[in-house]
Design a protein around this ligand. Structure first.
Ligand code: GLU
Length: 474
């Protein structure tokens, strides 16, 4: 049996889109499941739109998700001479021909014919059977692929959708090299897939209409076509293709916001593929269970809430070391900021506390960084629900009591708080929420008594005193 070889072939004309990366993930899993190779090819022949910055950003996204190529990356632009050589071969075999038509004229004539016969007849370029002279080739011309007369239809078995058939009248002699001498996508993709010995082409369904053209080129080059599989698209909430209006589509955004690579990977795998009801998979499990039979034919709706939930689950499952390493994936140098303000023992405790309700690493890290400073504002409106004339007394007693303690710990703090609340006939929340405001500036945070223990006692008391002062002034 031949080795399974698949490829992910992004064009560096933008940042990596969520849909692209899901294609990469499915290819990677398919290769790993079949003990084959997963390759990356950069389709950078569109010189105007491809940039170094986009390339770098795409490779960074792939690296983040551990989706880099098993073999050296192939850059399509480096194979231009080879592409041209094969075009000449096709011309020599009369399987391609130069077309001197003005592109605009050509399209107008074709559109007219289409209107007249509503696609019953194929538009034949007048250059198709012309006897051109070598001299003519000085004039601007494109090269068209000559669809053999014997072709009545093109059929292929899509590994996800079953048989797909395209009638001959849906296809005309398409351009394989533009007037500017650059071979077109449909041609180079085939030449490079042959060169890379690709056995399975797994890509988005937006490429279905390209596949018949590519199969015709495989036939012309006398090479067996790979097996094709077209993945359904990722949809927005209204059921149409996911767009920037629905959610961030750039994969890099998710990294910057603090989605963990494995959580993001897991989410995208489940977007279109299932294995029973299982939601959370280790990579090992995904590799074991992945197959294209379980990829749905319908598009799947992107759900940011589910992604956040899954990310939260991964955050809670991660050790301090894993999370601390993932801080490097965030954009700024948050690691430095964290270690400037906290020692490692404190950070370990803080991560443990904050990860319990976190959905994104960035929020969690920013909260921990801001906890190192006294709150800039103490907004009493936030605690209006719990404010009473007793609040001042509760806080004051709390400070007096903990000042007396030689060492603070969680149990002791709770004990102190409870006994003060009892004294003033209050519920624990009546002291906990003002304390939370004093320490964090917020009314939502991890357990406040745990946080006080992590801060040093002096700092905690200073913060509580600031709130006491503020209460005095009202
Ligand atoms: N460069 C193409 C894209 O980004 C690749 C298509 C293919 O996989 O054949 O959509």
């Amino acid at each position: 049996m031949n080795e399974t070889r698949v490829r992910f072939a992004p064009s560096p004309t933008g940042n990596l889109h969520m849909g692209n990366v899901r294609v990469a993930i499915f290819n990677w899993l398919f290769a790993r499941h079949n003990k084959g190779k997963y390759l990356v090819r950069i389709e950078d022949t569109d010189l105007q739109r491809s940039t170094k910055e986009f390339l770098e950003s795409q490779l960074n996204s792939l690296k983040w998700l551990d989706l880099l190529s098993d073999e050296p990356i192939i850059y399509q632009s480096s194979r231009l001479a080879e592409h041209k050589k094969i075009i000449q071969k096709l011309i020599g075999e009369k399987l391609a021909y130069p077309c001197f038509c003005d592109p605009i004229d050509f399209e107008t004539k074709r559109a007219e014919l289409l209107q007249l016969n509503s696609k019953k007849e194929v538009f034949i370029c007048q250059c198709r059977d012309k006897d051109y002279k070598t001299l003519d080739l000085q004039k601007p011309h494109a090269i068209r692929f000559k669809i053999p007369d014997s072709v009545k239809e093109v059929k292929f078995d899509d590994a996800i959708r079953g048989e797909i058939k395209i009638e001959r009248n849906q296809l005309d002699d398409f351009v394989i090299m533009r007037r500017d001498g650059i071979p077109t996508y449909n041609f180079v993709v085939v030449v490079d897939d042959i060169f890379m010995r690709i056995t399975n082409v797994i890509r988005g369904e937006d490429h279905i209409s390209n596949t018949p053209k590519q199969i015709l080129i495989y036939n012309a080059l006398n090479v067996q076509s790979p097996v094709f599989a077209h993945l359904p698209l990722i949809l927005g909430p209204n059921g149409t293709r996911l767009s920037k209006r629905d959610a961030a589509v750039n994969v890099d955004e998710y990294r910057k916001q603090g989605f963990l690579a494995d959580a993001f990977f897991n989410y995208l795998v489940r977007l279109g593929w299932s294995h029973g009801d299982q939601e959370i998979f280790t990579k090992k499990e995904m590799i074991k269970y992945f197959n294209l039979d379980d990829v749905g034919k319908k598009g799947s709706i992107f759900d940011i809430k589910k992604l956040e939930w899954l990310n939260g689950v991964y955050i809670r499952q991660s050790s301090f070391e894993e999370l601390f390493a993932a801080v490097n994936d965030l954009n700024e140098d948050y690691k430095q900021k964290l270690t400037e303000d906290w020692n490692i023992a404190q950070l370990q405790k803080l991560f443990e506390q904050y990860k319990q309700r976190a959905t994104k690493l960035l929020d969690m890290v920013q909260d921990i960084i801001s906890l190192a400073q006294k709150p800039k504002v103490l907004d009493l409106d936030l605690i209006s629900k719990w404010l009473s004339e007793k609040t001042f007394k509760l806080l004051q007693d709390f400070v007096i009591n903990i000042e007396k303690l030689e060492k603070i710990n969680h149990e002791k703090l709770i004990e102190v708080a409870k006994s003060i609340c009892k004294k003033y006939d209050q519920k624990l929340v009546a002291i906990a929420q003002p304390l939370r405001l004093a320490i964090t500036g917020k009314i939502v945070s991890p357990g406040i008594f745990e946080l006080i223990c992590i801060l040093n006692k002096k700092d905690a008391i200073e913060r509580i005193r600031l709130l006491i002062e503020k209460l005095k002034s009202i």
